[in-house]
Design a protein around this ligand. Structure first.
Ligand SMILES: NC(=O)c1ccc[n+]([C@@H]2O[C@H](COP(=O)([O-])OP(=O)(O)OC[C@H]3O[C@@H](n4cnc5c(N)ncnc54)[C@H](O)[C@@H]3O)[C@@H](O)[C@H]2O)c1
Length: 431
């Protein structure tokens, strides 16, 4: 009994003294684990296992890139197939298209939600074809100023495709992952009546910021103006007349680039900038005054091809499938840009007229007219940066690409009687 009455306050006291609000670290347990791993070289085996797995997956993703999905995403002959303007025919494997090997191998790439502004236009509609074929969901936003529903109607009924008639100078809210911003009339015949570059770009950047989407701007080689450097490198700042007839387009795109970089630096928006050089191909607007469509339409209609000035000014011509490939690589890659996307093959206007004669009609005539204001004398992209950082270069030469465009124009001009008789000589531009 006596023992039960023994004072035990000193035990409580010592427990109170050793109390700490932090849990004691279980050092003995950690050292046990370390000792276990060191024993019989288990740690070495674990590290070797990790190294083998890293090398294996690294090699697998590198092979995926170089074995055709990326580097040879398409060849010239596949481009021919893809260029059926009313139907999309794509090589298999595009739906698992994987740029940069970021997606775990063996897993199918999850489709993205993508807005293409200007997606009913010439370049936009070809881009939409590729994105849909890759497995993405695409929303085209277009006011049909120069675009046409016919360019995308083969996607009607596809649950992954939506078309919204909307002018990008008005704000718009959509939940998307990526925004390809192409909406903008690209030929002088049209852009002087509807300069949308600044406000449209501002609205789409605002959308990108709000929903955390990646934004790609389709700028232009026109930002170099009448260049004093040849060929043009991205670091060249250009020689643009700020008050000329073309400046709403040239300066508009320069401002669009400025806004894009400001949203990137100031608001952390992920952006990409492409500077596109002259592009041609099926679905180009027939009478928009651009030089390739002018010559082709005139030669088909047995009209003389109008050459402005002495015809010695040069341009380089890129087939549309090459451009689309470059735009997608840019969007999926890690670099902001700007990147020149164009074909460095340089032609004078007279040489271009000659290729059109060879392709359509050897007897097609040439007619000279006075040149238009601020028409650049030379244009040729330096694409070193795109080659090195995007692994991109154009594949379709003019003599291969032009016949694909000609057969589309032939069908549209002679298949649609309304177009016959209209002339393609309204305004000249060598873009
Ligand atoms: N094709 C080229 O050679 C070339 C060269 C340099 C830059 N680009 C740029 O590439 C983009 C696409 O050019 P494209 O050749 O396909 O021209 P395009 O005229 O065929 O396409 C432009 C599309 O944008 C739409 N659009 C115009 N204004 C709009 C607005 N306010 N709101 C919504 N939609 C609008 C048009 O209806 C059309 O569908 C343009 O931004 C252009 O500046 C093209």
């Amino acid at each position: 009994m006596g023992s039960e009455l023994t004072y035990r306050g000193h035990e409580t006291q010592s427990m109170a003294d050793s109390y700490s609000p932090k849990l004691k670290k279980p050092w003995p347990a950690v050292t046990r684990v370390v000792r276990y791993m060191l024993k019989e070289q288990r740690l070495v085996f674990i590290l070797v296992g990790i190294a083998i797995a890293t090398v294996f997956f690294g090699l697998r993703s590198a092979t995926t890139i170089s074995s055709g999905r990326i580097t040879d995403a398409y060849s010239v002959s596949e481009a021919v197939q893809m260029m059926n303007p009313r139907r999309s025919v794509y090589p298999t494997g595009f739906d698992s298209f994987n740029l940069g090997g970021k997606i775990p191998l063996g897993l199918k790439r999850k489709g993205l939600r993508i807005v293409v502004t200007g997606g009913a236009g010439f370049v936009g509609s070809h881009l939409v074809d590729r994105l849909i074929a890759r497995g993405d969901s695409v929303i085209v936003v277009d006011n049909f100023f120069t675009g046409n529903k016919d360019n995308v109607m083969h996607h009607f009924g596809n649950p992954r495709f939506e078309l919204i008639r909307h002018d990008v100078v008005e704000p718009l809210l959509l939940e998307v992952d990526q925004i390809y911003h192409l909406a903008c009339p690209a030929s002088p015949v049209h852009y002087k009546y509807n300069p949308t570059n600044v406000v449209g770009t501002l609205n789409m950047l605002g959308l990108a910021k709000r929903v955390g989407a990646r934004f790609l701007l389709t700028s232009t080689s026109e930002v170099y103006g009448d260049p004093l450097q040849h060929p043009q490198v991205e670091t060249y700042w250009g020689n643009v007349n700020p008050i000329g007839v073309r400046s709403c387009y040239d300066e508009g795109k320069r401002t669009a680039e400025t806004l894009t970089m400001d949203y990137h630096r100031g608001a952390g928006v992920e952006v990409r900038i492409a500077r596109i050089f002259n592009t041609y191909g099926p679905r180009m607007c027939i009478d928009d005054g651009r030089v390739v469509s002018n010559f082709v339409a005139q030669a088909l209609r047995k009209e003389p091809m109008t050459v402005y000035g002495d015809g010695k000014q040069t341009r380089s011509f890129q087939f549309v499938s090459d451009l689309v490939e470059g735009l997608m690589r840019l969007m999926e890659g890690e670099h902001v840009g700007p990147f020149n996307l164009g074909n460095p093959g340089e032609f004078t206007m007279l040489e271009l007229a000659q290729v059109v004669q060879e392709t359509i009609d050897p007897n097609a005539k040439i007619e000279f007219r006075p040149n238009t204001e601020d028409d650049p004398h030379k244009r040729k992209p330096d694409i070193t940066k795109a080659k090195e950082l995007l692994g991109w270069k154009p594949k379709v030469p003019l003599r291969k690409g032009l016949p694909m465009m000609v057969s589309d124009f032939r069908q549209r001009i002679f298949g649609d009687q309304k177009n016959i008789g209209a002339t393609a000589t309204t305004t000249s531009t060598t873009e």
